[in-house]
Each structure stands twice: as C-alpha cells, then as structure tokens.
Design a protein around this ligand. Structure first.
Ligand code: SAH
Ligand code: F3S
Length: 498
C-alpha cells in the first residue's frame, strides 16, 4: 500500500514547534510520512498562533491556498490545530468550508481519532479544551495533569542530530490573564507536569543524542508540582534536569518577572549546566501601562530583579519583549520604554505592535487607539536603540575567547552545499564552511569548522561582531564534557576577558 503523507506547517512559539514534533511522531505511528508538498498531501495541517491578528490572517491565507489542492485531490484532509483552532472553530469553518477538522492545543492526542471521524464521513470533526476548569489552584491542577499528558507520553524521536537541542514541556497554559493576551484562553489554565515525567523524558532524549534541553512554559518560573507530599518548585526542577547524564546545557523560556524568585538565580550560579541567559519579558517601561496590562510588577521591581540577577551572575544576559502602542500609550510612556532599554542593556529584545485580541480585558475595557503609523515608528525606535546597544556590547567581545556548544552548519553553508547537490556536483563540507554555536549567554557565534564538531563544545576567538552575531575562529579542537565518565570540564561559563 502506498504511504499516506502529511504536510504540517508550524506558526508561532516554541510550544507550537514542540507540539508539531509530537504530532508528527503520533502520525508516523499511524503510517503517515511527512512531505514538503502541501498540494499532494493526504493530510494538510496548519499549527496556528493567535497571539496577534497578523498571525491569524497568515494562517487563513495558508488555508485558503489549500482549497484548490483539496478540490483536485479527493480524499485530502485539511486540519487546523493550535491556538486559533481553540479560539475560533466556528469562524474557521465559516470562512474556510474546506477545513475538515479543528483541534485545540490541549487535545492533540485526539488527532488520529478526528482523522478517523473524517474518513467515516463526519464533515466537521472538533476537539477543544474549552471546558477545562480554572477553579482549583495550580498545585491541585498539577495533580490532575496526567489526564492531559497523553501527547507528551507519545514522544518517541529518532536518535540523531535532530534531537541535539530538544524542547521539553514542563508546564501547560497560563493563569496570568495579562489584559492584552489571548494565551490563557487558548491554552487553558496553568498546569505543571510531574517532575519525574520531565526527568524521564529528558533521560530518554539524552539517550537519543540530546545535549541541550530548553524547558518550556508560558510562565516557566512559576512551575510547581507535588512530589511525596512536598512541593517541587522551578529551582529544584532545574537542578534535577541539569543532573541528567549526557545533558550539557539547560535553558528555559519564558519567565514571568512577577513570580521570579532568587533561588532560581542561585541555582543558575551554582549548577554549571545552566545557561546564563534569561528571557524575561517586561512589555513596557511605564508603570501606568504595566498596570493597565495587569502585569503585577512595577518598572522599579523589574530593574531590581535584573540587578539582583547580575549580582548573582555577573555575565547574566537578558532578553525581553516589548509591546508598542498598547491602548492609551503616550509619547511619555514610549520614552519610558526607551529609557528602560538604555538602563537594562538587554542582549536582544522582541518588539510587537499591539494587536487587539477578542475576549481580552483590554479589548473589553479600552480601545486600540494608537494609530498604526505611530506603532510602527515606536517599534522602529525601540529596535534601533537595542541595536546600538547590542552592536556595542558585541564589539567589546572582539579579542575574547568564548565557549560555544556547536549546533550545526550555518544556513548559508547548508544552502551552498544543497545547490551543489542539485547541480549534481560532488558534495562535501569544506573547511571554510561556517558552523553556528551558542555561548553560555545565548550569543550566536559563527566560525569555520568540521562536521564532527557538531554537538560538541569549542573555544572560539572572536574577531568580528554585528548586533546579532559574533564571528571568529576555533582556537583548539572541539571537545565533549563527558560528565558521564566523570571527566567534567571546570571551565567557567560565559565570556573570558580579552
Ligand atoms: N509567556 C508567553 C508569552 C506569549 S506571547 C511566552 O512563552 O512567550 C509572546 C509575546 O507576544 C508576549 O511577551 C508579548 O510581548 C507579545 N504579545 C502577546 N499578546 C500580544 C498582543 N495582543 N499584541 C501584541 N503583542 C502581544
Ligand atoms: Fe500571556 Fe501574560 Fe500569560 S503575556 S502567556 S497572559 S503571562
């Protein structure tokens, strides 16, 4: 029998990237092979994002382009999964009648059953989590987590380079209800996974080749679960994940400043496998705006938190998110965000133009009153300020030697070799091909190297820098830390001085 094929396109956050990996694993077990050709696939799925209207419009446009292939290919199933499926199933079916199934992010383990339903003749197959209760506390809900674990349990990646850097979910959902944000509605209440399951999954990934894991949660530092009658919090979880043999580096995203406790800084300082990088979204530099966003901290508290973090970990690098043009944002509020950028000297920032989302408090209580051209200007101004800071900070690193975990070849190198292959020429990596790695502070480093360096550590002397990238050359052969054999390297993480 010919293989059934699945086309899966992923939009949005790392949580969606992980969900897509798990969905593909689930579908492989059902006999589906992934394909890059959406027009001939037996099953076409779009894993959607609802955080901004723009992302939803993009998903609708992709779905629109599946209409014709579906007419030509009888039996093709078109599905919408992820946050948009959860948020607006009726709207999707109304505007895209060729969609067969929608499945929310908390129900993805039901996909095979939904596909069966469509094959059995059901026109619109739906699985949503809208009834999930928020009444219990996060700790009580953590105990009920098992029932929604099915997708994570099914994880069974092929050993190899694809597993080198893996995501591990530690928490689902969010309870914060920031007034602008749709995530608590689409991903449901906050639930933390049992620590033993997280450790087991990390061990399984390490056995198959993972060297770095990134722990995922919407407010990952709020993690709490019960074990043997006592609460396990995020700092303890971090230390336990870091102790899994074979795991050389642990990162985590995203942190909520209001819940951040110093025990996390302590463990980042003391456990050598923990990256010295924090993604700590602030959203605005104005207290008035933060209050209207319901962010539960002030600008002063955010600055104090960062300063404490840098006292614990001098080379701590911090990335942040900003929203420009939130309801009622004045020029003074905007100036306050610019000032905060100067003050905090982030590694990088992500800036988003405010997008009003259905169901949110901001939508109900205030208007989207900042004109788009002003949002655009403020967006550019924040990015320009950060670019100056990043470029200057990176230039200071010229002449220093940094330790990187090598992730793979640069996109340009891969493209060049693929082009050769397409022309039928003999393919082989060149000594000049550029590898990409990351430092302990999450800085991207590009340097020439060999395929055997991938998945290992290298010392790179920096010779050039832009706002986004450090360039250099390896100063000794790459190595493995190889903690499993008790030969741990004592090299201190982060940048050495030039
Ligand atoms: N805690 C989550 C946040 C999800 S949303 C995480 O894991 O990243 C990611 C970012 O999108 C937020 O930090 C915020 O800066 C931005 N964002 C969320 N809702 C938005 C909206 N309605 N308009 C514009 N940006 C938004
Ligand atoms: Fe969204 Fe705020 Fe949660 S940004 S994901 S509601 S912490």
């Amino acid at each position: 029998m010919p293989q059934k094929t699945v086309y899966l396109e992923t939009m949005g956050c790392q949580m969606n990237v992980l969900d897509s990996e798990l969905v593909l694993g689930l579908l492989r077990a059902q006999g589906y092979e992934p394909t890059d050709d959406m027009t001939t696939a037996d099953l076409a799925l779009i894993n959607t994002c609802s955080v901004r209207d723009h992302a939803e419009q993009k998903a609708l446009s992709r779905l629109g382009s599946l209409k014709r292939p579906k007419q030509l290919h009888s039996g093709m199933i078109v599905g919408v999964i992820g946050c948009m499926a959860e948020r607006d199933p009726d709207g999707i079916f109304a505007s895209m009648p060729h969609v067969d199934l929608v499945c929310g992010p908390g129900e993805l383990n039901k996909l095979p059953a939904l596909i069966e339903d469509v094959h059995a003749g059901r026109t619109h197959a739906v699985a949503l989590s809208q009834s999930l209760s928020r009444r219990s506390t996060p700790l009580q809900r953590a105990l009920e987590y098992d029932s929604v674990e099915a997708l994570d349990f099914s994880r069974n990646p092929e050993p190899g380079p694809g597993v080198l850097q893996s995501y591990v979910r530690v928490q689902r959902g969010c309870d914060k209800f920031c007034s602008f944000c749709v995530v608590p509605f689409t991903r449901g209440p906050e639930r933390s996974r049992p620590p033993s399951q997280i450790i087991d999954e990390t061990r399984m990934l390490a056995d198959r080749g993972a060297r770095e894991v990134t722990l995922l949660g919407q407010t990952v530092n709020s993690y709490v679960n019960q074990e043997n009658g006592r609460p396990v919090r995020f700092a303890e979880l971090l230390a336990r994940v870091a102790s899994v043999p074979g795991i050389e580096r642990v990162r985590f995203v995203t942190n909520y400043p209001g819940d951040f406790t110093d025990d996390i800084f302590e463990v980042m300082r003391d456990v050598p496998e923990l990256s010295h990088y924090l993604h700590l979204p602030v959203q605005s530099g104005s207290d008035a705006i933060l209050k209207r966003m319901r962010r539960e901290y002030t600008v002063g508290e955010y600055i104090d938190l960062i300063e404490r973090g840098r006292d614990y970990i001098p080379d701590l690098s911090i990335a942040s998110d900003f929203i420009v043009g939130f309801c009622g944002e004045t020029e003074d509020d905007h100036e306050a965000s610019l000032l905060l950028i100067e003050r905090c000297r982030f590694k990088n920032i992500f800036v988003f133009k405010y997008s009003e989302r259905p169901g949110t408090v901001a939508r109900k209580r205030a208007g989207d009153d900042v004109p788009d051209e002003i949002k655009r200007r403020r967006n550019q101004e924040l990015l320009a300020a950060q670019e100056r800071i990043s470029a200057a900070a990176n230039r200071e690193r010229i002449g220093s030697t940094v330790e990187v975990l090598v992730e793979g070849y640069s996109k340009a190198a891969v493209k060049a070799r693929e082009a050769e292959q397409a022309r039928g020429e003999e393919v082989g990596w060149r000594r000049s091909d550029q590898l990409v790695g990351r430092t302990w502070t999450d800085h991207i480093v590009v340097f020439p190297g060999a395929p055997e360096d991938i998945g290992r550590f290298a010392d790179v002397r920096i010779s050039d820098a832009t706002a986004l990238t450090l360039h250099g050359t390896s100063v000794r052969g790459s190595w493995e830390r190889n903690r499993t054999c008790g030969a741990g390297s004592a090299a201190s993480p982060g940048f050495e001085s030039p």
